[in-house]
Design a protein around this ligand. Structure first.
Ligand code: SF4
Ligand code: SF4
Length: 507
């Protein structure tokens, strides 16, 4: 078995615990994007689901053409239509780029007027002022959290691309005003294994670091073609109109290199985030990204290696991965949630970038249809837990559209496991569930008692050191992998592609 082992830092989000407070977004903004040209950028943002998101309807790849598709057995960027030369000819005009109206025109308020307005009969007001033109704005039409908590209108929610395939009554359960139900999805760059941003850049300015998998944009090399903005299906690179360069989430590498968690994760009020190391086999990225939709999540689990397997440890050491990184991988919350317990899921794996952040899908109250017809109330008497998953307020189909390329089986597996943990703890704390019910739950989900204890601990009680298992980066013992190996700057525009570059440059 030939293995090309790499280490990757990965963040996991427990969506049941996100309270939509946006503290994460503010921490990130304060550190990285309080600069001219970066006002509209939210490297970390939190979206209400269902909702149109930021930029608007970013998940709709019919419109934005981000990510990859499999064509004649090959992976190709959706963005590249016809041959590369034709695409190159359109380098100065990309119809699929989001416009500032899809984000929002950044603005401030004319606060000085509150202090300096001359005495008069009217109360002075602080009018909104564009941060781009400096002109007063008549009306603000959009902001980064415009549809937060539905913003008083289900209109945005009903434009959510993930509602595709849901029945009218399922849609109504999520979006109809007096019945609505929503949850939050915090987002950062996924630091993907098959990053479309890297592959699309004509200047070769974007690269994925060999030592920790963080994807960065070299500001000296960036020539502002903005292909990364178009190609990233998550819309996580942003164009800075003041510097003329693109920028993106850097996974707080100055913090992670010294063993500290990212600012968003550290500041998270709900403690929904964990950060850990995973080891993966880079030889298998291409085959994973090409898998059919219903096999993508399982394929992504396969590519992640068991950090306790002696063969993996040996190969990792040979590849120059430091002992403390291997130890971190063995205690990794990301590994446990995604691979060991199979609870967390990737965000839109069908974009085929093989994203490396994972989400624990939220449980939601169970509705009995009879009661739903009378206004839809949560039924605490509900029993027969596993049979009720299809009656949850958030339809499984919606979660599957969001996190498993439509594969409902893996979503149900995750929800059942989370329910099994609750059943176990309800018996322990409240005592109104029989032991046989608990045994049935564990048997059906394949969880051991130790798993249940560990899942509960990680999700509820974990300390700082358990949530963030990040090893310092040892510059002195660099991996044998050139940090830019698969993503290195090779060739010139249009003609330089060599084998293996499917994963790197498309030019
Ligand atoms: S393609 Fe992946 S790595 Fe690149 S910016 Fe988008 S989310 Fe980040
Ligand atoms: S800080 Fe945590 S709880 Fe608050 S919105 Fe961000 S991810 Fe959610």
């Amino acid at each position: 078995m030939v293995m090309d082992i790499r280490a990757q830092l990965s963040m996991s989000f427990n969506l049941d615990k996100c309270i939509g407070c946006h503290t994460c977004s503010i921490s990130c903004k304060n550190i990285w994007t309080t600069r001219q040209g970066a006002e509209y950028m939210w490297w970390n943002n939190v979206e209400t689901k269902p909702g149109a998101g930021y930029p608007l309807t970013w998940e709709d790849q019919e419109r934005y053409r981000g990510g990859w598709e499999v064509s004649d057995g090959n992976l190709r960027l959706k963005l590249i239509k016809g041959n590369k030369l034709r695409t190159l000819a359109s380098i100065f005009f990309q119809p699929n780029l989001p416009t500032i109206d899809d984000y929002y025109e950044p603005f401030t308020y004319d606060y000085q007027n509150l202090f300096n307005a001359p005495a008069g009969d009217d109360q002075p007001v602080a009018r909104p002022k564009s941060l781009i033109t400096g002109e007063f704005m008549e009306k603000i039409n959009l902001g980064p959290n415009w549809d937060d908590d539905f913003g008083g209108s289900p209109l945005y929610a009903s434009n959510d691309p993930n509602l595709k395939g849901l029945s009218d009554s399922q849609k109504e359960m999520l979006t109809k005003f007096h019945k609505l139900f929503y949850f939050y999805v915090p987002r950062i760059c996924n630091h993907c294994l098959n990053p479309a941003c890297v592959a699309s850049c004509p200047s070769g300015a974007i690269y994925k670091r060999g030592e920790d998998g963080i994807v960065l944009i070299d500001q000296d090399t960036c020539r502002a073609w903005r292909f990364c903005v178009s190609a990233c299906p998550y819309k996580k690179p942003y164009y800075n109109w003041a510097t003329g360069k693109s920028e993106k989430c850097i996974f707080c590498y100055p913090r992670t290199e010294t063993g500290q968690p990212n600012a968003c994760a550290h500041s998270c009020v709900g403690r929904i985030r964990t950060v850990g190391v995973i080891l993966y086999d880079a030889e298998r990225i291409e085959e994973t990204a090409k898998l059919p939709d219903d096999k993508l999540v399982d394929g992504m689990r396969d590519i992640i290696l068991d950090p306790f397997d002696p063969k993996v440890i040996e190969a990792a050491k040979k590849a120059g991965i430091d002992e403390n990184w291997i130890a971190a991988a063995q205690n990794s919350p990301a590994y446990n949630l995604f691979k060991k317990w199979r609870i967390s899921l990737p965000h839109h794996p069908e974009f085929r970038t093989v994203p490396m952040n994972f989400y624990v899908p939220p449980l939601s109250p169970i509705l009995h249809q009879a009661k739903a017809d009378r206004g839809g109330t949560f039924d605490p008497e509900s029993t027969g837990f596993f049979n009720e998953i299809d009656k949850m307020r958030i339809p499984v189909k919606f979660l599957a559209n969001l996190m498993s390329a439509g594969n409902e089986r893996v979503v149900v597996e995750s929800l059942k496991k989370q329910m099994a943990v609750r059943i176990y703890w309800r018996r322990k704390r409240v005592g109104d569930i029989s032991e046989s019910e608990v045994k049935k739950a564990l048997d059906q989900t394949g969880l051991t008692l130790q798993d249940v204890e560990d899942i509960y601990r990680l999700n509820s009680l974990a300390t700082y050191k358990e949530r963030f298992v990040i090893s310092e980066t040892h510059r002195e013992s660099k991996t044998t992998v050139d940090p830019r190996m698969m993503y290195e700057k090779r060739g010139t525009i249009g003609f330089g592609a060599k084998k293996k570059e499917f994963i790197g440059r498309q030019w």
